[in-house]
Design a protein around this ligand. Structure first.
Ligand code: SAM
Ligand code: DTB
Ligand code: SF4
Length: 351
């Protein structure tokens, strides 16, 4: 974790998580305002650039070849297809574009080279570029950094203790190794987890503790509610309680004050009020667009109303206080084609 701060203990995390709800929300909102614009939400768009056929057995994932789901394996998209989608995302108001591949790990060769070109192209559009491609080695992380990748998403998903209940084809330490390579390459880490996979509150607190004790802390923390997909081992899991989601988000905000906390998968099942409570708890980003990777996401008009009705505004790109995100502004290809509309607010504009 940031060297100036002592390590978080499990007891300390649990006592925050279990505070009376109003007290937890107040504390989280106070921390939030110290580091972020209080009324800005970053809109991010996901695209699955290589769908399905993944050899890993992640129990939540519709893209695993070990599960019989309706997701069919597809080829790696072309750079042109991806950039056309990124352009549409930018026109719709997104400022970060995240490309996902259903790979266990990156293999050097033409497919990876194509992803590197996608990253360069996304940066040239003036968007933040994020990728999630499975395990990476140090050299691959360096190549992505040189291409201007803003962030790499690699989730811990749950606690070390619960991990084996969900995934058997890789270990928690495999995950942490890739996270180390991302950090060493100077790429901002996007790392979070999923609630609702049969884990205990202790598991959630343990996952948040592990995230908060990383050095450096993740610049981005996606908190997903499990989307139970037919054909996966977790298809019958009950939906996570929305207040439990709010508690996890508030705890993440307090533990990782400078991170963008992203209210990620599972929003189609959340009421507007529950989503507003998540923003109150310190979430300051959503995935925006009709699809996540393979599952649905709220309609963009509904999301525009969700923000407008609460007096929230879309955030400018590179508004994150994470120094590694700031560093990418100067690294890699610079925006070529048109600027992001200025109506979006950066933290400097915050009251
Ligand atoms: N293969 C890469 C990996 O596992 O790192 C990248 C793609 S993977 C789909 C990215 C993340 O999506 C996973 O780590 C998991 O947290 C999330 N995810 C996948 N399926 C999900 C589901 N059904 N519900 C919620 N989150 C999910
Ligand atoms: C993350 O934590 N959530 C996003 C993003 N990182 C890549 C993915 C959610 C995927 C939900 C299931 C699907 O659509 O396939
Ligand atoms: Fe593969 Fe990633 Fe899905 Fe796991 S989460 S099965 S690694 S695509």
């Amino acid at each position: 974790m940031s060297s100036s701060q002592p390590e978080w203990t499990l007891d300390a995390v649990l006592s925050l998580h279990d505070l009376p709800l109003t007290e937890l929300l107040l504390r989280a909102q106070t921390v939030h305002r110290e580091h972020h614009a209080h009324d800005a939400v970053q809109l991010c768009t996901l695209l699955s650039v290589k769908t399905g056929g993944c050899p890993e057995d992640c129990g939540y994932c519709p893209q695993s070849s070990k599960h019989d789901t309706s997701v069919e394996p597809e080829r790696l998209l072309s750079v042109e297809e991806v950039l056309a989608s990124a352009r549409r995302a930018r026109e719709a108001g997104s400022t970060r574009f995240c490309m996902g591949a259903a790979w266990r790990e990156v293999k050097d060769g033409p497919a990876f080279d194509r992803v590197v070109s996608m990253v360069e192209g996304v940066r040239e559009l003036g968007l933040e570029a994020c990728a999630t491609l499975g395990m990476l080695d140090e050299g691959q992380a360096r190549k992505l950094a040189a291409a201007g990748l803003t962030a790499y998403n690699h989730n811990l998903d749950t606690s070390r203790e619960h991990y084996g209940e969900v995934i058997s084809t890789r270990t928690y330490d495999d995950r942490l190794r890739t996270i180390g390579h991302v950090a060493k390459a100077g790429i901002s880490l996007c790392c979070g987890g999923i609630l609702g996979m049969g884990e205990s509150i202790r598991d959630r607190a343990e996952m948040l503790r592990t995230l908060a004790n990383l050095d450096p802390q993740p610049g981005s923390v996606p908190i997903n509610a499990l989307v139970p997909v037919e054909g996966t081992p977790l298809e019958n899991q009950p939906r996570v309680d929305s207040i439990e989601l709010v508690r996890a988000i508030a705890t993440a905000r307090i533990l990782m004050p400078r991170a963008m906390v992203r209210l990620s998968a599972g929003r189609t099942e959340l009421s507007r009020e529950a989503q507003w409570l998540c923003f109150m708890a310190g979430a300051n980003s959503i995935f925006y667009g009709e699809k996540l990777l393979t599952t649905g996401n709220p309609d963009v008009r509904d999301d525009q109303r969700l923000l407008a009705d609460a007096g929230l505004v879309p955030m400018a790109p590179y508004a994150s206080p994470d120094p590694q995100v700031q560093a990418t502004k100067a690294r890699g290809p610079q925006a070529k084609a048109g600027a992001i509309p200025l109506s979006r607010r950066a933290p400097a504009d915050a009251e």
